[in-house]
Design a protein around this ligand. Structure first.
Ligand code: PBG
Length: 329
């Protein structure tokens, strides 16, 4: 059968019909909001490359956590900017470190929020790489122990989920072993399993002061030309004990999200990264596109590709639009 008997436009005629047959929904429950906490900030400092995002002093984080909860979000992802850095990133595993204090502040203000912590060394090393150096090489195996110490210290401080983003081989297994041994067998690991080496992280590196002092991250993050390799990374992380896996960035990697979705049965997270956020903010501020419609299309595409959860800087805006009945029209 074909036109004129069939007319796909029949089901697109009104908003009510379109809503009835919509295949993809986005809800507040799907969203994770990243927060930057800065040990040296006295006031919230807006991040120039990410309009509307701030580096928060620990003392102000409780208010922000309440705002995030009250708008209807369930979860935040924490990044720390420490007050000092060294070659091994040792400020990342101090019990009084910036992320450790931030977890406490959030838990006191909004205990229902699920607190996920990013586990990596790049914000804490003076050279800005995600592991320790041996000459100019990032040394995989000596880094594992330091990442595990950091994750353990986050778990002790009350983190609900730890999320290693360094892309060292074997980090999930290393974290799992230490967490299990130290009494945190129930702390889940969200692995940044397929994390690509991407220009879309540019604004984040300004936000987190984590740009590498020399070279780039291509010897540990994935090559954008590879898709099969992403599946291998996911398989290995699951074998090492990952509870959830992530694909990052999202928009240029929707094919990877789809392939991982078809392969695994654990929750799949996609990271709508800083550069993707900035593109929307800058083009909409210039009046070239409509921000809300564009954000809706971006969120919908990531869910349609197969993600269960989306880490996104747009999360509070999306939650507000959903609440105000301005998300679908
Ligand atoms: C730390 C880390 C990065 C991001 C998340 N964790 C930066 C990087 O790998 O250079 C990027 C997040 C974003 O761009 O929003 N390794």
């Amino acid at each position: 059968m074909a036109f004129p008997v069939t007319r796909p436009r029949r089901l697109r005629a009104t908003p009510a019909l379109r809503a009835l047959v919509a295949e993809t929904q986005v809800s507040c429950d799907d969203l994770i909001y990243p927060l930057f906490v800065d040990a040296r900030a006295r006031q919230p400092e807006e991040i120039a490359a990410m309009p509307g995002q701030y580096r928060w002093p620990v003392e102000r984080l409780g208010d922000e956590a309440r705002r995030v909860r009250d708008v209807g979000l369930r979860s935040v992802l924490l990044f720390g900017l420490p007050d000092w850095k060294d070659a091994t990133g040792s400020s990342s595993w101090h019990d009084e470190g910036v992320v450790q204090r931030a977890i406490g502040a959030i838990k006191r203000a909004a205990p229902e929020l699920v607190v996920i912590t990013d586990v990596c060394l790049c914000e804490y090393t003076d050279h800005g790489h995600c592991g320790v150096l041996d000459g100019e090489r990032v040394d995989n195996d000596t880094t594992l122990d330091l990442l595990a110490r950091q994750a353990l210290s986050h778990a002790r401080a009350g983190a609900d989920i730890v999320a290693p983003s360094d892309m060292m081989d074997g980090r999930v297994g290393a974290l799992r072993a230490v967490l299990d041994r130290e009494g945190y067998a129930d702390t889940p690991i969200l692995s940044y399993a397929a994390k690509y080496s991407s220009a879309f992280y540019g604004p984040f590196r300004e936000a987190a002061d984590s740009a590498p002092a020399f070279g780039d991250r291509r010897s540990y993050q994935m090559d954008p030309r590879n898709a099969r390799e992403a599946l291998r990374e996911v398989d290995e992380d699951l074998a090492e004990g990952a509870d959830m896996v992530m694909v990052k960035p999202a928009l240029a990697y929707l094919d990877i999200i789809r392939q991982v979705r078809e392969r695994v049965h654990v929750p799949l997270v996609a990271y709508n990264v800083s550069g993707e956020y900035s593109m929307v903010k800058v083009t909409s501020a210039a009046g070239f596109v409509d921000e809300r419609t564009m954000v809706r299309e971006v969120m919908t595409a990531i869910k349609r590709a197969g993600a269960d959860l989306i880490i996104t800087y747009h999360a509070p805006d999306v939650a507000r639009w959903i609440r105000e009945g301005r998300w679908t029209d």
